[in-house]
Design a protein around this ligand. Sequence first.
Ligand SMILES: NC(=O)C1=CN([C@@H]2O[C@H](COP(=O)(O)OP(=O)(O)OC[C@H]3O[C@@H](n4cnc5c(N)ncnc54)[C@H](OP(=O)(O)O)[C@@H]3O)[C@@H](O)[C@H]2O)C=CC1
Ligand SMILES: CCCCCC(=O)O
Length: 455
Amino acid sequence: MPDIGELLDRQREWIAQGKAGSVKERLMRLAALKEAIRSREPKLLAALRDDLGKSEAEAYMTEIGIVYREIGFVRKHLRKWARPRKAKTALTHIGSIARIVPEPYGTVLIVAPWNYPFQLAVSPLIGAIAAGNAAVVKPSELTPRVSGVLEEIVTAAFPTGGARVVQGGPEVSEELLRHRFDLIFFTGSPRVGRIVMEAAAKHLTPVVLELGGKSPCIVHKDADLKLAARRIAFGKFTNAGQTCIAPDYILVHRDAKDRLVAELAAAIREFYGDDPLRSPKYGRIVSERHFDRLLRFASEGRTLHGGAYDREKLRLAPTIVDSDWEAPVMQEEIFGPVLPVLEYGELGEAIDAVASRPKPLALYLFTGDRSVEEAVTRRVSFGGGCINDTLMHIATPYLPFGGVGESGIGSYHGRYSFQTFSHEKSVLKQTTRFDLSFRYPSSERGIRIIRRLFK
Ligand SMILES: NC(=O)C1=CN([C@@H]2O[C@H](COP(=O)(O)OP(=O)(O)OC[C@H]3O[C@@H](n4cnc5c(N)ncnc54)[C@H](OP(=O)(O)O)[C@@H]3O)[C@@H](O)[C@H]2O)C=CC1
Ligand SMILES: CCCCCC(=O)O
């Protein structure tokens, strides 16, 4: 394990020397990051294949392409975001000038998960750099090849410091968390999110927690079921279901259930063929522990489609199971290619069932009825989501991405990353051309004026 204290001293020295300061230097660093990635793209694609069985198309779409687009968007808008903003002043502040000055927090810690091991480490890093911070990145030990290429990329892009990768497992995370950072950006499970938040509290360090949970997918009786099935299968079985915003379970109106299941089976066949275990477009499960957990879920209840598996290759076919709220598969985040189907009769029943559980990271609703859309989006709190699609709300830099309640704290992407990694400093410049004596204790009329001004 590297000497974390020494690493942090170097990062703080880098900040103290003002190396993070100018927007021009940040823009150059983001360009260097993109170049370091591009020149190592083949190695990165191979690492994503070896660690997670990701096809080139899926790896590019969900890992590398998202990062390129985020770098391009941030570089295009950074000058505007970083510029101090004038703020209005009230009558009580007549003569003064108010500004909001964004400044970096300092040295930030980014802890990333294994499921999108490159994208979920680099997307927050882009925000950290854009806002002028120094960063320490701890990727997951479960995807070691990707972590190795990531360290190569970051070291090449930032030769003078400012960002460093520290590889290792939970023990490295725990050592890092014993040190004081100026902000911690954690992506992972709610269980570890609590550990991170507790450690941060010791130093009063602000945290952003990108967590998970059970994201519902409600399919109402009027939905276009063929289209819904394709978009649900896309969202659920990309990365073999190991996606934090994947539809965790289906809640379908009982009149549409059988037709939806048939359309889902057709979509799975279209995407991955008759034997998904042999499809180069379909990924594998990250570890034996997760595989065994998912196989138990796939084996319970009535299988409506799929169920095939190859334990040696850690592959589990897209599997649809009939389920109910009491089933074990409905008691924890699935995070894999098992799709439970539950049914409802009245929309209110579905809304109450979802709203009575922990606030989900994502929610999906398929309907053509505006009143259904209004009812669900108004009565259910969730991090973010889609109407008549899945996943796509994460793929735009114009929407903040994050959870709420147990699914997370804070958000990022695009301008929201810059804001998340910046402290907004308020500066009021007071006039010296005159003074308003009513505010001083010596003023006899002060209180009367103050009451008129502050009513
Ligand atoms: N909101 C979002 O954007 C996303 C959320 N997630 C959520 O993450 C979870 C799956 O990812 P997973 O990696 O398994 O999550 P974990 O919480 O297990 O791990 C996340 C990170 O924390 C590290 N870690 C593990 N244990 C500890 C510990 N005791 N103390 C400090 N750090 C620790 C891990 O290291 P190591 O891996 O080396 O053990 C990893 O780097 C799911 O709940 C999913 O919903 C996933 C992706 C995106
Ligand atoms: C499609 C990319 C998704 C990355 C975040 C997640 O795990 O949901």
